[in-house]
Design a protein around this ligand. Structure first.
Ligand code: AMP
Length: 399
């Protein structure tokens, strides 16, 4: 497999798949540009080598044809300001066709061309070969830097790679660091390895839990999903979140963990509330004896201590999903303490990977993003990686 860093792009046009699917407000202003800034090192390296960059991305969920609000042209001014005045950034109002080909052909070294939204063609998500081949004609090499969509077998994320010979397709710097970080945790974890899994739904996390049973030393389960496990063990959970149809699954996971010698840790106590509200009345309770009419919305102080101790003694840490309803100040203590403990363990030499929308939002909000080893940009893609699935975007280049 060709390495991006070892490649010289001098005189070449690189077709770069990025994930520029940034959130916009109703004035078309970008409210979080992380996805754009994450791909800047890749773009800059190609330009610095004397190459030209053709950027392609999806944006929002258009219904299979052009829609003004999903045009990537809204991102052009910000892209220009990120790259600086001395870089020429052009826009093609179609991602395939005569004009895109013409603009790509005329692109000079050091210039950038942003193509219009790939999802204006339904062929993109269908992984259509003809569409992928048309895209491939635009560049001399294919660079995939879109980890966020690596779990999709779309034309631009996977199929297009078939039209480039080995040596002319590679991961970009973001994709490379995402893959290295995820592989380090899943396949080369130094033990003890703790996986901290939280959030609302057990059903979303079953596959990841099952796969982690093969890898982790400890699994901490927090957040709303913990209460289905507490109930499965015979606890009383009041009106806490519970997926009744997943109680058997929770029992099976706990049984398998025991057989494999993996320790599953549930929160011994909870901060409980009389309503799902930022202003609810609160109290504390053992997680298996929550009074009727009350719900667990955060892990309690004993659980915090218990989880912090496990995190501190671990050498590898994976965190996906908050410990409570951290969006409400009254219930953010557990998530904040876990973030802090991960930062402390990292400082003492552990390797920590934080991934999944809400845990990333939490480390950012609490100021720990630069104190953990790696913050992933991929939500669904990272989850699928840890479920043990082959990601089409990775396989298309590495196989
Ligand atoms: P997920 O998308 O499954 O990772 O879930 C994230 C969401 O879970 C966040 O919005 C949290 O507010 C929510 N959450 C975490 N803990 C709880 C809880 N104890 N009860 C209800 N929702 C929770």
């Amino acid at each position: 497999m060709s390495r991006f860093s070892d490649t010289s792009f001098k005189g070449l046009k690189a077709l770069v798949r990025v994930d520029f699917n940034v959130p916009l407000n109703d004035k078309f202003e970008i409210t979080d540009d992380t996805r754009m800034t994450s791909s800047l090192p890749t773009i800059r390296k190609i330009l610095a080598d004397g190459g030209a960059v053709i950027l392609m991305s999806h944006f929002g969920r258009p219904k299979g044809g052009p829609e003004e609000k999903y045009s990537l042209k809204h991102l052009l001014p910000h892209l220009k300001s990120l790259l600086g005045d001395n870089i020429e950034v052009k826009f093609a109002d179609d991602c395939i066709g005569e004009s895109a080909i013409e603009q790509a052909k005329n692109l000079k070294p050091g210039e950038v061309l942003l193509l219009e939204n790939l999802r204006f063609y339904k062929e993109e998500e269908k992984g259509d070969k003809g569409f992928a081949e048309k895209l491939s004609k635009l560049g001399d090499l294919y660079v995939n830097d879109a980890f966020g969509t690596a779990h999709r077998a779309h034309a631009s994320t996977a199929v297009v790679a078939d039209y480039f010979p080995a040596g002319k397709k590679m991961f970009g710097l973001l994709m490379e660091s995402e893959v290295n970080s995820a592989e380090k945790v899943l396949h080369k974890a130094e033990k003890p390895f703790v996986a901290i899994i939280g959030g609302a739904k057990v059903s979303d996390k079953i596959l990841i839990l099952e796969n982690l049973l093969e890898k982790a030393t400890d699994i901490i389960i927090g957040g709303g999903m913990a209460y289905t496990f507490c109930k499965a063990e015979g606890g009383k959970i009041g009106k806490s979140l519970c997926e009744e149809d997943r109680i058997d699954t929770a029992l099976e996971i706990m049984k398998k963990a025991e057989e494999k010698g993996v320790s599953i840790h549930l929160p011994s106590d909870s901060v409980i509330a009389d309503a799902f509200s930022a202003t609810a009345q609160t109290s504390t309770s053992p997680s298996n004896a929550i009074p009727d009419g009350w719900m667990g919305l955060d892990i309690g102080s004993y659980a915090c201590e218990q989880f912090i101790n496990i995190i501190h003694k671990s050498k590898t840490i994976l965190w996906n999903g908050p410990m409570g309803v951290f969006e409400f100040e009254k219930f953010q203590h557990g998530t904040r303490e876990v973030a802090k403990a991960i930062a402390e363990a990292t400082e003492k030499g552990a390797y920590s990977l934080v991934g999944g929308g809400d845990s990333v939002a939490a480390v950012n909000q609490f100021g720990y993003a630069d104190k953990v080893s790696y913050v992933s940009t991929g939500g669904g893609a990272l989850l699928e990686f840890f479920e043990g699935k082959t990601l089409p975007g990775i396989a298309a280049i590495s196989e």
